[in-house]
Design a protein around this ligand. Structure first.
Ligand code: BMA
Length: 340
């Protein structure tokens, strides 16, 4: 019997590995990790921080952050039959504007992919006189039409909700600076048409009792609609004498008013522990960007970037995860109120 309802399409061919015996946390890693290794394609040094969605005939498709051997990030489409083994296109993802003219940024990183109605939206950190959020849509992952940037710089970590709420699209984001941003909270904004954005509301502040999310927080995967609220996986960052450490956390937001936090887990769900998370181009990074969820079984697969070098995969059972968040609830500051 499932305890909580998940509102999304069933996934027959869901990637899955059982929780290891004697493992006590709510999220466990895949034995195949890292599922995308270094130098995965000719001319590409690393693929990480990437997003996947279910695709035709039980397969999966995604938009990946790829960094060339001269170290410039761009986006690239990948395909997989099982969600674990990926084949990447030979060329970068190309976009046009709404008039059909080529419109591609100098750099693009940390894509998320969210299906809203019939369209798949790609949201990423784009170059726009500084880092800003880029937005594009596709139906076939061959033709991508780039829309207006939702916000002026500096802003990273944009994530769209998978449906309109009270008639408007919603986007989560974190305002930042031009560099490595030693601050940052999560905000939500709304739009009737994906062009004009407003009613910006504060969702969640950094901090809380533990240190792992004391410096900044940023949205991760697209929120998952459940009977308890929007299940939001995010990254939390703490500063150490040896640099930033990125972990993964979770919160549940109110379904109708997502600026209200219902529950927030005071413990991290994943923190760098494995060699592929602790060692890489940037050490000590666990950076969630996408999930697959199957309402039939309440299984959850979480795709995350590891050490800015690899794509890794972890799993959870959604009932167990929601209970864990509630048992370890700590709503920080005024996050439980409508954000102002
Ligand atoms: C953030 C982003 C991510 C990256 C992380 C750790 O600011 O740039 O792409 O994974 O830093 O380097």
């Amino acid at each position: 019997m499932k305890k909580y309802k998940v509102f999304s399409e069933n996934i027959k061919n869901m990637p899955w590995e059982e929780k290891p015996k004697n493992f006590d946390g709510p999220v466990w890693r895949s034995n195949h990790n890292p599922i995308v290794d270094r130098n995965p394609v000719k001319g590409i040094a690393r693929i990480f921080n990437s997003a996947v969605v279910p695709w035709e005939d039980g397969s999966f498709i995604g938009v990946f952050r790829a960094e060339t051997i001269h170290t410039l990030p761009h986006m690239r489409v990948g395909r997989s039959k099982d969600g674990i083994n990926w084949v990447f296109e030979e060329k970068r993802l190309e976009m046009v504007d709404e008039q059909g003219k080529s419109w591609n940024p100098y750099y693009a990183y940390d894509p998320r992919v969210v299906k809203v109605d019939e369209d798949y939206y790609v949201i990423w950190c784009t170059e726009a006189h500084g880092p800003a959020i880029g937005l594009a849509k596709t139906r076939d992952f061959k033709h991508f039409v780039r829309l207006e940037n939702p916000f002026i710089p500096f802003n990273r970590n944009g994530v769209l909700f998978p449906r309109k709420i009270n008639g408007n699209y919603r986007i989560l984001s974190r305002a930042s600076d031009n560099g490595h941003t030693p601050f940052g909270d999560i905000f939500v904004s709304e739009s009737p048409d994906l062009v004009y954005w407003g009613r910006h509301r504060h969702v969640m502040e950094r901090g809380g009792e533990g240190w792992w999310q004391g410096l900044k927080i940023g949205c991760g995967a697209a929120p998952i609609e459940t009977s308890e609220g929007w299940l939001m996986l995010y990254h939390g960052v703490c500063n150490t004498c040896n640099g930033y450490v990125y972990s993964m956390g979770a919160a549940i937001l109110d379904l109708d008013e997502p600026s209200k936090v219902k529950y927030r887990c005071k413990n991290y769900l994943l923190t760098p522990e494995m060699p592929y998370e602790e060692q890489g181009f940037v050490p000590n990074v666990v950076f969630p960007c996408a999930t697959l969820q199957d309402p039939e079984t309440n299984r959850l697969a979480i795709y995350y970037g590891a050490a800015d070098s690899y794509v890794a995969l972890a799993y959870a059972n959604i009932d167990e995860l929601i209970d864990y968040i509630k048992e370890n609830n700590e709503v920080v500051g005024r996050d439980g109120e409508i954000g102002k």
